[in-house]
Design a protein. Structure first.
Length: 419
């Protein structure tokens, strides 16, 4: 029997998953992939998964889906250059550094490094920072509110997680902006080269970050302080202390989890609440809704909605009629999984009172569950509660915020007015 005319006329499903149009507005493409080709072989050379059950299975099965070197391949130019022997010395050094990230490890190495890092993000340690986080929130909101109209991103959400993350790690206040700017530029190294200029800038930023972190570690070895770097240097388990490469990797991973990703989570969350005024009013009237609102924000608008978490097949795996070969790269579409209608009823509706039958995958699952998840939730809860207390009638001025042209997963501007 021939295919229906509508299906026959439908264009081939071969989206460019690195295209700016997809990155800026991925939902329609992700929905179609989930319906028509949930185990999709991308033109960039990797499998892309979009259904919740498949994504959760991969994240929870490190035996068949390894994290070791999973970031290499599937369109990453550093991997291509490495395989072809075409890397410069600078690129070779950055490749080694990125490959030593504890997010790119399997057990037992991942278990050992994570155990030494995760204590800094225990519930007790996070809650002990509550007064300091509230003081930062109050200071930022006081300055922003004095303007009458202000930008939720540049006046608030941009600064809060970076201040908190920097204080936890031990980055001095005078260095925070420079470190943040350089750290963000290195993201271009994990995507296809868009221009020689941006690539060169990213390489230089990577070298700068590497030197800075090495110098910071050296300084804390000589003069320990009450910060995470000093604690990691001192920490040992039955296998000994962290190596220099592991320390650098841990600092970068923590900065990403506690800083840049949390900023996007808070800014997009506040925008969602204010752009759904009935939901904002309900939350202002009933603060017990903050916890479920945070869950729904994470589900509805994953901080990196169009991107994914990578794994590498260790054996051949049959999945929905496709054969994933040993060595293949598998990308888990967390944003797509969070809108799977098989798991979340009416998934395109934002509802802060939603009852969850299964947890959203925004922070991952399994042994690599995000170490900064509890801190991100804690900061968001304090930030949303403080704004609701101070300005229960806060009004959204920006109706259609645009994405940052340098970072598609972050809004550029969200203007609000204090009535």
């Amino acid at each position: 029997m021939s295919a229906p005319l509508e299906t026959a006329l439908r264009p081939a499903l071969t989206p460019d998953l690195y295209d700016y149009d997809f990155e800026n507005d991925p939902i329609a493409t992700l929905d179609r992939l989930r319906r028509e080709d949930p185990v999709h072989w991308s033109r960039h050379g990797f499998w892309y998964l979009t259904r919740y059950d498949d994504c959760a299975m991969v994240l929870k099965d490190p035996a068949r889906f390894s994290s070791a070197a999973a970031g290499w391949g599937g369109g990453n130019p550093l991997a291509t250059a490495a395989k072809a022997g075409g890397q410069s010395k600078a690129e070779q050094g950055l490749s080694r550094t990125l490959a030593q990230s504890f997010n790119q490890m399997d057990a037992p190495d991942h278990t050992r490094v994570r155990a030494l890092v995760v204590s800094a993000f225990s519930r007790r340690n996070i809650e002990e920072r509550g007064d300091r986080i509230l003081a930062v929130i109050d200071e930022l909101l006081m300055a922003a509110g004095a303007k009458g109209r202000f930008d939720l991103i540049t006046d608030f959400a941009f600064h809060l997680p970076i201040i908190v993350a920097s204080e936890i790690i031990g980055i001095p206040i005078d260095d925070r902006e420079a470190f943040r700017a350089a750290f963000e530029r290195t993201a271009a190294l994990m995507a296809p080269k868009r221009s020689e200029e941006s690539w060169t800038a990213a390489l230089e930023a990577g070298r700068w970050v590497g030197r800075y972190v090495r110098d910071l570690i050296g300084e804390r070895r000589a003069r320990p302080r009450d910060d995470l770097v000093s604690a990691l240097i001192a920490a040992e388990d039955e296998h000994g202390a962290l190596s220099e490469a592991e320390l650098s990797s841990a600092i970068s991973t923590i900065y990403t989890a506690a800083g840049t990703t949390t900023e996007r989570f808070i800014s997009s969350g506040l925008y969602l609440l204010l752009s759904h005024p009935e939901q904002w009013r309900a939350l202002v009237a009933d603060r017990t809704l903050i916890a479920s609102a945070i869950d729904e924000i994470l589900r509805f608008h994953h901080p990196t909605q169009s991107t994914s978490t990578n794994r590498r097949c260790t054996v051949d795996v049959e999945l929905r009629g496709k054969t994933l070969r040993a060595g293949d790269t598998v990308r888990v579409g967390l944003g797509a999984a969070n809108r799977d209608p098989e798991v979340f009823a009416d998934p395109d509706r934002f509802d802060i009172a939603r009852r969850f039958a299964a947890p959203a995958l925004s922070f991952g699952a399994g042994p690599h569950f995000c170490i900064g998840a509890a801190l991100a939730r804690f900061e968001a809860r304090l930030a949303i509660g403080a704004i609701a207390d101070r300005w229960p009638r806060l009004r959204l001025v920006t109706q259609a915020p645009v994405k940052d042209p340098r970072r598609h997963d972050r809004y550029r501007e969200i203007i609000v007015a204090v009535d």
